[in-house]
Write a protein that binds this ligand. Structure first.
Ligand code: CP
Ligand code: NVA
Length: 349
């Protein structure tokens, strides 16, 4: 935990104050399905504009700054954030845990008030989910969750864009011309792995968009109760299937998409030996896939970074694997999120 005081009873009288309520992206559970679709459409449009038309940006973040408060490592989220901000004409300022006072000499509360007084948006990767809630509570500018131990919302936007592109038959970058509801609703997604931030994020998002989700986790690994409640409610509303098993073969039967993630997330390194034992039989291999019988045109997703224990090379580097397109799509989706929050101040439907 970072050195944040328990300020539940604290009266803070000297806050600069928020001129108006500020919108954040903490979890996709807070967005409507129309707002999520709009982000995907905008992401696809930006990707098309840049990669096919070579269109320059109108620099809507010109003269503005985005603070990147990252207390954990990152390759994709960092590169995506910095390049997306540059494309929008803004300046991204990387503030790693070795650079700033937060967590060592200064509380989250004070950091949030100070940093937000000078920038136009914050992208934050922290440890406990409570930390991002506290950053957002005291920030006078929008805060985007770049990963906590509970949720990783911007990752799931990239996953959805990737599936949309694959289903939109995207050799000619047609994804921006087709509504993602047409390609995504009804897809069967199988998760085989840990009950972690990525699974939580899929659970609060996919049922809302009409995708079915079958989940295989080892016996002692369960998603958080509040996440489960949200997922069940959304599945009931959209009439989609949400199923749980400890048998990976059962989960991937009939699946269009197979997803996994590391068995040892950042911050869980001391549990590695125990986890490797408890995840025995969960490595995704061609043998597992052949036995499990997903749909013929199944795809594989992984947020990365990948370790070979959760998926072997044959699957990871196969023609069915979309992992590198998924990684690139972190940029286009983060770009759409920043445009919504840091330029327009809100998510549009
Ligand atoms: N998927 C993802 O968030 O990767 P990084 O940890 O490298 O940012
Ligand atoms: N579950 C992983 C995701 C990394 C992008 C972690 O939290 O480390």
């Amino acid at each position: 935990m970072l050195c944040s005081p328990d300020n539940s009873a604290l009266q803070i009288h000297n806050l600069p104050g928020k001129p108006k309520p500020v919108n954040h992206l903490i979890t996709l559970a807070e967005l409507t399905k129309e707002q999520i679709y709009r982000l995907l459409i905008n992401s696809a449009q930006h990707k098309y504009n840049v990669k096919c038309e070579g269109k320059p940006s109108s620099n809507p973040l010109g003269g503005k700054s985005v603070a990147m408060i990252f207390s954990k490592r990152s390759t994709r989220t960092r590169v995506a954030t910095e390049t997306a901000t540059a494309y929008l004409g803004g300046h991204a300022m990387f503030l790693g845990s070795q650079d700033i006072q937060m967590g060592v000499n200064e509380s989250l509360l004070d950091t949030s008030v100070v940093v937000s007084s000078m920038v136009d948006g914050i992208m934050a990767r922290v440890g406990a989910h409570q930390e991002i809630l506290e950053l957002a509570k005291y920030s006078t500018v929008p805060v985007v969750n770049a990963l906590t131990d509970k949720y990783h919302p911007t990752q799931i936007l990239a996953d959805l864009l990737t599936l949309h592109e694959a289903r939109a038959n995207d050799e000619n970058y047609r994804a921006h011309l087709i509504h993602p509801e047409e390609t995504l609703a009804g897809l069967r997604v199988a998760w085989v792995g840990d009950a972690n931030n990525i699974l939580h994020s899929l659970m609060v998002t996919l049922p809302k968009l009409g995708l079915h989700l079958s989940i295989a986790t080892p016996a002692n690994y369960h998603p958080d109760e509040d996440v489960l409640e949200i997922a069940k409610m959304e599945a009931a509303k959209s009439n989609t299937e949400l199923t749980f098993t400890t048998n990976p073969l059962e989960a991937i039967q009939g699946a269009d998409v197979i997803v996994t993630d590391t068995w040892v997330s950042m911050g869980q390194e001391s549990e590695k030996a125990q986890r490797l034992k408890e995840f025995a039989g969960y490595q995704i291999t061609m043998e597992m896939i052949n036995k499990g019988k997903p749909n013929e045109n199944w795809n594989f997703l992984h947020c990365l970074p990948r370790k070979p224990e959760e998926v072997d090379d044959e699957v990871f580097y196969s023609k069915n694997s979309l992992v590198f397109q998924e990684a690139e799509n972190r940029k286009w989706t983060i770009l759409a999120v920043f445009e919504a929050l840091f330029v327009n101040g809100e998510f549009q439907a």
